[in-house]
Design a protein around this ligand. Structure first.
Ligand code: NDP
Ligand code: 8X3
Length: 258
């Protein structure tokens, strides 16, 4: 890899086994970054690391569950990361929705998965990597939020709450990190066709496909391009919240279907 705005910078991308996280990893490799790939599915991470290596990118696969605090601390420790320990970029893309139901019919196990992954997982990963960025005086954390964090919809209370929590965490971090050289941004997409809805509906592909029927959703690559742009602004520029809609969407509940 010879050119690009992130040459020689180490970027940790969580959720790199699928969808937005995977596309972000590929986009940042295109900018010359050295990648650390995080998710649970080790086979997918290994395949992506090999693909990136063939293109000249140094990539380390670190399979772990972001809900497991000890696994996060060990997997992202300087000892494990070795030559990639000087992490300058963190993209928190690991996340999910589980189920879609009114609160009074919701499954508490689904709630736990969302809260533990989308909120506690982001906290653990960020807590592990941020002190190094502060000590080195440079870094950039990009959280993948959602329009669901700005705008609620029925049957999505807990998912919306996790993304609203992430928004508050992002905003508070920005104030805490003033003057440290570490920037914090959130990229908040609307409907993106990935494995997101298949996961949400516990493998029911017909129900998942119906989410995107009759409209042109965003692709994972559209979101990755916004993340790449966010990360490649000059050092004095800090993107706050970047909300990205498909042209067929104007809010969580405002969608145009043909
Ligand atoms: P995908 O299901 O395609 O990808 C989700 C990623 O998160 C996978 O790589 C998955 O890897 C990883 N992940 C989930 N749980 C864990 C865990 N416990 N530990 C480690 N990794 C985990 O969905 P998207 O790419 O669409 O989702 C990425 C992010 O974007 C999520 O935060 C989602 O909320 C957000 N988002 C998605 C939108 C959409 O419409 N698709 C819109 C707005 C935001 P693995 O299963 O291998 O662990
Ligand atoms: C994912 C978008 O509208 O399905 O964050 O909640 S939505």
């Amino acid at each position: 890899m010879s050119g690009g705005a992130l040459v020689g910078r180490t970027a940790v991308v969580t959720g790199a086994s699928s969808g937005i996280g995977r596309a972000v990893a590929v986009a940042l490799a295109g900018e010359g970054a050295r990648l650390v790939l995080v998710a649970r599915r080790a086979d997918r991470l290994a395949a992506l690391a090999e693909e990136l290596a063939r293109g000249g990118t140094e990539a380390l696969a670190v399979p772990l569950d972001v809900r497991d605090r000890a696994a996060v601390a060990a997997g992202l420790s300087a000892a494990t990361l070795g030559t990639s320990a000087d992490v300058e970029v963190l993209v928190n893309a690991a996340g999910l929705a589980a189920g879609r139901a009114p609160l009074h019919e919701g499954d508490p196990d689904d709630w736990d998965r969302m809260l533990d992954t989308n909120v506690r997982g982001v906290l653990s990963v960020t807590r592990t990597l941020l002190p190094g960025m502060i000590a080195r005086g440079r870094g950039h954390v990009v959280n993948i939020g959602s329009v669901a964090g700005h705008d609620t919809y029925p049957d999505g209370a807990v998912y919306c709450a996790t993304k609203a929590a992430l928004d508050r965490i992002t905003t508070a971090m920005r104030t805490e990190l003033l003057g440290t050289g570490v920037r914090v941004s959130t990229v908040d997409p609307g409907l993106v066709e990935t494995e997101f809805s298949v996961v949400r509906f516990h493998g029911d592909r017909d129900r998942a496909d119906a989410v995107y029927a009759g409209l042109t959703p965003l692709s994972a690559e559209d979101v990755a391009d916004a993340v790449r742009w966010t990360l490649t602004r000059p050092a004095h520029v800090q993107v706050g919240t970047l909300v990205l809609y498909a042209a067929d969407q104007a809010g969580s509940r405002d969608v145009h279907r043909r």
